[in-house]
Ligand binder design. Sequence first.
Ligand code: GLU
Length: 259
Amino acid sequence: MTRPVFRFAPSPNGLLHLGHAFSALLNARMAEETGGRLLLRIEDTDQTRARPEFVTAIFEDLAWLGFEWERPVRIQSEHVSTYEKNLHTLWSMGAVYPCFCSRKQALASALLSRDPEGQPHYGGTCRRLPRAEAAGRITAGKIHGWRLDTSMDPDASAWGDAVIAKPHVGSSYHIAVVTDDALQGVTHVVRGKDIEAATPLHLLLQQLLGLPRPHYHHHRLIFDDTGGKLSKSRGSTSLRQLREAGATAREIWERLGFT
Ligand code: GLU
């Protein structure tokens, strides 16, 4: 029997907090109970937010926590050409299209309906461009991102035509995550409920690219003492701060229900 493969895949946009610790330890616990493998992946395709010092901090904080992962660690920014290849496959199938709209133009054409994050659905201006015209604009060097045509998929269409590659970036979280889960043979995706709404996009991308579909489990979120969601951007108490204030890894495990 092949061993299950789990992964913890943080984005180095800030210091890890208790919510990350819960996710990491739950993956570790499930891998242990099933005799599975445990991978760590650094999801740094958004280079406007990722910082190298947070990558170092992820390694240090996870080691302190007692999380044990396989080496080598896959760093997404080192594999952008792989994601671009999949993007190209999707373009040749007609499943994605280049979008030349500026943020302002996209908003001006937006529909009244909104995506699960509350953003208005894109109006589809560039979806209606003839393919030859779109290809010509690319050849002429016009700045563009890429959108996934979700109109045929009842679940993914909750997002409208989601951006799967931003201008100058070449890939996004969505395309990178499904590419890597498949390449790394991940069988079980265990991650927070905050990402659950994006899963239909991932399932659609897997289907289009002919990739295997892992099992998904979206776990509960960890809240701070005031009942608010922990987040890196809001500066919620990081593992590092807790450690510096004298907490032990064992105390973190207990606080999160892993004893
Ligand atoms: N990189 C994502 C994050 O930190 C998680 C992706 C995933 O687990 O699929 O929010």
